[in-house]
Design a protein around this ligand. Structure first.
Ligand code: HEC
Length: 177
């Protein structure tokens, strides 16, 4: 019995040692894409810090890698979550989202943070919880941004001075031919 346990233990240890060499590719893009998201959304320094500390690791092209994230199996587990997280929502892709998608992402963000679904629980075990007051700040930023984006959209859909000059000159050209 004892040798059996010992054998299992040795196999597990071997697996652990071998997987250390199977390093998943790191998510280490430049901060530029995040910076344009931050500029476009007008995050305050405070909200920026909250996002950096709790969300960007899985929702941008730039993950921070403290030593424990580089050790298997944590490294593999993290790589999987980064891939999945980015697929659902990536601030690095923000400029490519349509207005509708942006609004939907912000809506989801509010829902996820409110329901304490985000950050992922397995992540907060290691990194610590998102404090309630930070969650509140994040949600009010997202709510304000949704309102702002709605106003911008209204303005572009409903211009105060419709520009008819261009179509007029086009039709004159047509009749001249
Ligand atoms: C450890 C990685 C990780 C961290 C950290 C993390 N997320 Fe996520 N997030 C995911 C994964 C994986 C998904 C997709 C699966 C799911 O919804 O559970 C996701 C999904 C989402 C979605 C999209 C939900 C949908 O319905 O498509 C939003 C929005 C989101 N996260 C916001 C956040 C915010 C805001 C933070 C920080 C407060 C955060 N996440 C932190 C991994 C993470």
């Amino acid at each position: 019995m004892l040798t059996k346990i010992k054998n299992i233990f040795i196999v597990l240890l071997l697996v652990l040692v071998i997987t250390q060499f199977l390093r998943p590719e790191k998510n280490e893009g430049s901060y530029d894409s995040i910076a344009s998201f931050e500029e476009a959304t007008g995050v305050s320094a405070e909200v920026k810090t909250i996002l950096q500390n709790n969300c960007y690791d899985c929702h941008s092209n730039t993950t921070r890698y403290p030593w424990y994230m580089q050790v298997s199996p944590v490294s593999h587990w993290m790589a999987y979550h980064i891939e999945e997280g980015k697929e659902h929502f990536s601030v690095s892709e923000w400029e490519f989202y349509t207005d509708k998608q942006k609004d939907r992402k912000l809506e989801e963000l509010i829902e996820e943070v409110e329901g304490k679904e985000m950050p992922l629980q397995s992540y907060t075990w290691i990194h610590g919880e998102l404090p309630n007051q930070d969650a509140e700040k994040l949600m009010s930023w997202a709510k304000e941004l949704r309102e702002k984006q709605k106003e911008v959209k209204k303005d572009t859909l409903d211009p105060k001075e419709p520009n008819t000059a261009e179509t007029d000159s086009l039709s004159t050209d047509d009749s001249a031919q």
